[in-house]
Ligand binder design. Structure first.
Ligand code: GLU
Length: 555
């Protein structure tokens, strides 16, 4: 060990008295079964969680779960300028809403939970400084006192010299070989400094690594002496912080966005310098969307796609199950085929694999998301729908929650219509749809806005409705009820057989289906509804009579 390096290390980090060994002991290996994956979701609290970041978290969660491993949450907040207020809380509540629950990490009060914490990077500063000090001590890292102006100058010179790479390297790395005395002088003059890692590569070197999604990759090695501690805060940027954390937290697989792919050579050098074993990498492409204006694919964005923000989805009331099912469709290209073959299977029975992750980026499609959600909700029991709906409404639509809660039995009854059948009704994509779809079950919400059409004649309708109410018997089964409607219709020129009508449409005013539709529109305001017979039974004679009358009045 060069004695000077030792002195430089003490000069730079006088207060750091721990050693890497101390932390190695503090965070011992995890005892997990063979093949268990330790994954982490490591967001920076810089904004909001959207479908893209949620998908990354979902991979982390699922791959750990499938392999009986560990999934933890780590908050990467060392870039203080980009950190937003309540950013951490937002991430935690978004993940909780969609039940992507970490085994370790940070709870809603920002407390670290787990043996490998703290899980908030700004609280781990001493650890980073300890490892940085050790690198300096071993001559692998050094302080750089270059000012911004000097760095700009270096760039200009490199441009002038037509260098194929711009950066802090080779002969341009002015501070690489400063003597102890020079460093001491700078420190005494209180010159700000960063710590840089000495790159082990030279121009033209190549590096190879394997990515779990992309296979073997070869690219130029990093010749830059990258910054591992920033000046002022002495906090590490992502490259150094993640290496130390993933090592000490025993991450086996780093699943992250492919914007980091080009930095892998730099990360490999950091792991090597620190003497750490490299975790496996899985770089996942950004979730894409077809831009409605240009018709071309692009990355989803906060500004252009507010409906991909988790906060929007929570507010609109997409249930966790729907979001999970949709995340599966985004996560693996073979999920949809599996679902067609296994329509009733629990989605958690699907085995997610790295090789079926889309290389170009999964495509977010709001219509498809809605369809998936409708299917998921259609397969819930009425009780499940009721519970989830009421808990959503109690936050986002108090009046609706109150109406639903006043008579649970009634709500369960209308939510049961067309539910327990071969092909259940798929109409609810999100809880905020329900008031429009089912509000007419409540007089308080029935707004007497009717979806009319030109066949609605006041005289005929008032006669048909009068006959219908007179003949209505709540004990009639569906066939008897429908036969009565057919008979009433025939009295007023509506043929009982649809086929007959189609053969000779001018001979009739319409067919029995039209009669049902008059009743439907009068009762619900809508031209489509769940099973009309069931609605009539639920309303009862009195409520029906009132709605039919009210409707006729409006004609
Ligand atoms: N904090 C990094 C980001 O938000 C995390 C990347 C990673 O998962 O390692 O992009």
């Amino acid at each position: 060990m060069n004695n000077n390096y030792e002195k430089i290390a003490d000069l730079l980090f006088p207060n750091i008295d721990k050693t890497p060994e101390y932390y190695e002991k503090l965070y011992p290996a995890r005892h997990l079964q063979k093949g268990a994956e330790v994954t982490r979701f490591a967001p920076s609290p810089t904004g909001y969680v959207h479908m893209g970041s949620l998908l990354t978290a979902f991979y982390d969660y699922m791959f750990a779960k499938q392999s009986v491993g560990v999934f933890f949450l780590r908050i990467e907040d060392t870039d203080l300028e980009r950190t937003v207020e309540k950013g951490v809380e937002g991430i935690i509540s978004d993940l909780a809403q969609y039940e992507i629950n970490a085994d370790e990490g940070v709870d809603k009060d920002k407390n670290s939970v787990g043996m490998y914490g703290p899980y908030i990077q700004t609280q781990r500063k001493e650890i980073y400084l300890t490892y940085a000090k050790d690198l300096v001590r071993r001559g692998l890292a050094y302080p750089c006192f270059c000012t911004k102006e000097e760095i700009d100058e270096i760039r200009h010179e490199q441009e002038k010299n037509n260098e194929c790479q711009i950066g802090y390297y080779g002969k341009y790395a002015k501070c690489r070989d400063l003597s102890y005395e020079e460093i001491k002088k700078n420190i005494e003059a209180q010159k700000p400094f960063v710590i840089r890692l000495k790159s082990t590569a030279k121009v033209g070197d190549r590096v190879k690594f394997v990515d779990k999604v992309r296979g073997e990759i070869e690219m130029s090695d990093s010749i830059n002496d990258v910054v591992i501690l920033k000046s002022g805060t002495m906090l590490p940027p992502y490259n150094f912080a993640h290496a130390i954390d993933d090592h000490l937290m025993h991450t086996t697989t780093v699943i992250r966005s492919n914007e980091w792919l080009n930095s892998v050579p730099e990360h490999i050098q950091i792991f090597k310098a620190l003497g750490f074993e490299q975790p496996e990498y899985a770089h996942v492409a950004f979730v894409q969307r077809i831009d409605p204006e240009t018709g071309t694919k692009r990355k989803i964005s906060k500004r252009k796609d507010p409906e991909t923000a988790i906060s929007y989805m929570v507010e609109a009331g997409y249930p966790a199950k729907s979001v999970h099912e949709y995340l599966f469709t985004l996560a693996n290209t073979n999920f949809e085929d599996w679902r067609i073959q296994n329509p009733k299977a629990d989605m958690m029975d699907f085995r997610l694999t790295y090789d079926k992750i889309s290389l170009s980026g999964a495509l977010f499609d709001l219509d498809k998301f809605n369809d998936v959600s409708k299917r998921v909700i259609a397969n819930m029991t009425a009780e499940e729908v009721y519970d989830k709906l009421v808990s959503w409404a109690s936050v986002y639509d108090k009046k609706w929650a109150e109406l639903l809660s006043n008579d649970k039995d009634y709500a369960i009854k209308f939510l049961s219509i067309d539910r327990y059948i071969q092909n259940p009704r798929k109409d609810i994509a999100k809880w905020s749809d329900t008031k429009d779809l089912y509000g007419y079950f409540y007089d308080e919400l029935f707004d007497k806005k009717y979806e009319l059409d030109e066949t609605f004649e006041k005289d005929t309708l008032s006669k048909i409705f009068a006959d219908y109410i007179n003949s209505y018997d709540e004990n009639d089964d569906k066939n008897v009820w429908f036969d009565k409607i057919k008979q009433i219709g025939e009295r007023y020129g509506f043929v009982a057989q649809v086929k007959e009508y189609k053969k000779n449409p001018t001979a009739y005013k319409g067919h029995c289906g039209h009669v049902c539709n008059f009743i439907r529109v009068a009762l619900t305001g809508k031209r489509t509804s769940p099973d009309l017979y069931e609605i009539c039974k639920l309303f009862g004679k009195e409520k029906m009579a009132k709605r039919l009358n009210d409707f006729v009045e409006t004609l």
